[in-house]
Design a protein around this ligand. Sequence first.
Ligand code: SF4
Ligand SMILES: [Zn+2]
Length: 552
Amino acid sequence: MPGKYQVTPRGRGTSPRQQAEWRQRHGQPIDLESQQGTILAIVEAIREAESFNPDIYDRIVRHLAREGHPILPKAVIRRGYLALIEAGIAPRNDLVLQRLQMKPTRTQSGVAPVTVLTKPYPCPGACVFCPDDVRMPKSYLSNEPGAMRALMLDFDPYVQTAERIKALRRIGHTVDKIELLILGGTWSCYPRDYQEWFVRRCFDAMNTTESPDLIEAYRLNENAPHRNVGLVIETRPDHISADEVVWLRQLGVTRVQLGVQSLDDHLLELNKRGHTAEESRRAIRLLRSSGFKIAVHWMPNLLGATPESDLADFETLWADPALRPDEIKIYPTGLIRGTELYDHYERGEYHPYDEETLIDLLAACKKLVPPYCRINRLMRDIPAPEIAEGVTTSNLRQIVQQRLRAEGSPCRCIRCREVRREPVDAEAVRIDQIEYQTDHSRELFLQALTGQDRLAGFLRLSLPISPAPIAEFDGQAIIRQVQVYGPVVGIDAESGQQAQHRGLGTRLIEEACVMAGNNGFTRIAVIAAVGTREYYRRLGFDLGDLYMSKEL
Ligand code: SF4
Ligand SMILES: [Zn+2]
């Protein structure tokens, strides 16, 4: 890319200032001799600060600058401090290291996300809006963040995972609990031996050693340095079958991202999705009754849609007991050159919503989202230059949130209520329950709330009212998700005031067992990621073929 924005040796498109930061963070040696005084002064001030946030950090830096210290990037301070610790010049202080963490939001949900992409491979779909970049798995663009990284690493699962772990550690995160997100096209269309190899190589990287097969890789991961606490794939509704859910469990999958996009068969056809709304319902039923967490992708502004039809469609997601997903990614349709949708646009048959219309629609949608659901995204990260026409505002989420707050109806979704980095007083946490019905279960959403009504954790319990598709846990209650918030703390570390490791997860599980027992169930199962097996064993769960379970 010529001009103002250049590409660093590793292909990151950044401004010259960001590049300088990047070089200092990743490679350039630090001149400890001349910078030691400044680093120690900042470390001392950070240690002494009663509370800490980016504004306080800026104040510290400005104050020291007035005293004649040079202004150094935070990454340099962090690296310099680590070097001084190693040299025995400065004592190690974990609080200071935590405060010097870069991009703290990355692990604030309690686990470190590691995203990897599968190789380019054909997708049976012919969706009119889907870009076709031959170098990439279908639907991804080579200049999307994350996708670019995968391309540079040749889509190698081992290298992608290992590099991501390294990068997260380099900027100060604890990476011993990993949620692995496998993205790229339609997972279920890849040959199964490729799927198995891909997952095993990701596990090899987490285990930091190679295994001859998947079973051995899983066994090693139970005590590995980077344990897998969640495995996510993305696929199409028409590829979910009774056989497929068993296979996904064999691979260790715990969460499925499902491209539903619309619940209107006419729109699905117009946009050449190649599946019906009924197939989405069937897929969700199969996945939920097999204990998976379900993240639905939904697209407003498809060809043929109007803001009114979109809002009605979104309402159906919550009104219909066959749907009611656990998480949602809202991806307003992006108009990308070279797609069939672009031809429609050129013929005047398609118009992207303007910003005001989209904000109105998203605000109205957000108001409909129940508190048991998490809105993971409100916009897809398509690089602005790829969008031929339409909204490219990168802070759309904040704008919508501000609008809702101003109207006095803030979003109630999980994400908006998470404790983030606030300290949690475990004594004050109370557990309350939201109940809702699906077409095959009563769902109990147990939420752990702080004194300020922030969400410190939650548990999803399914109480089935019809037979399970997998015989192994037929007739059992099933825990589909246990989530405790707060920055990741090491598996054996003390957690201080944060929510993780304060026994909150155990408290939620005990509560779920009581609820299941009270409702007549004699056994409870859990869809346990490989790296959480040890934890569940300690709570009395035994490992079966695909699930863990225990007698009530
Ligand atoms: S199913 Fe997904 S990847 Fe396949 S064409 Fe449609 S949008 Fe693209
Ligand atoms: Zn929200």
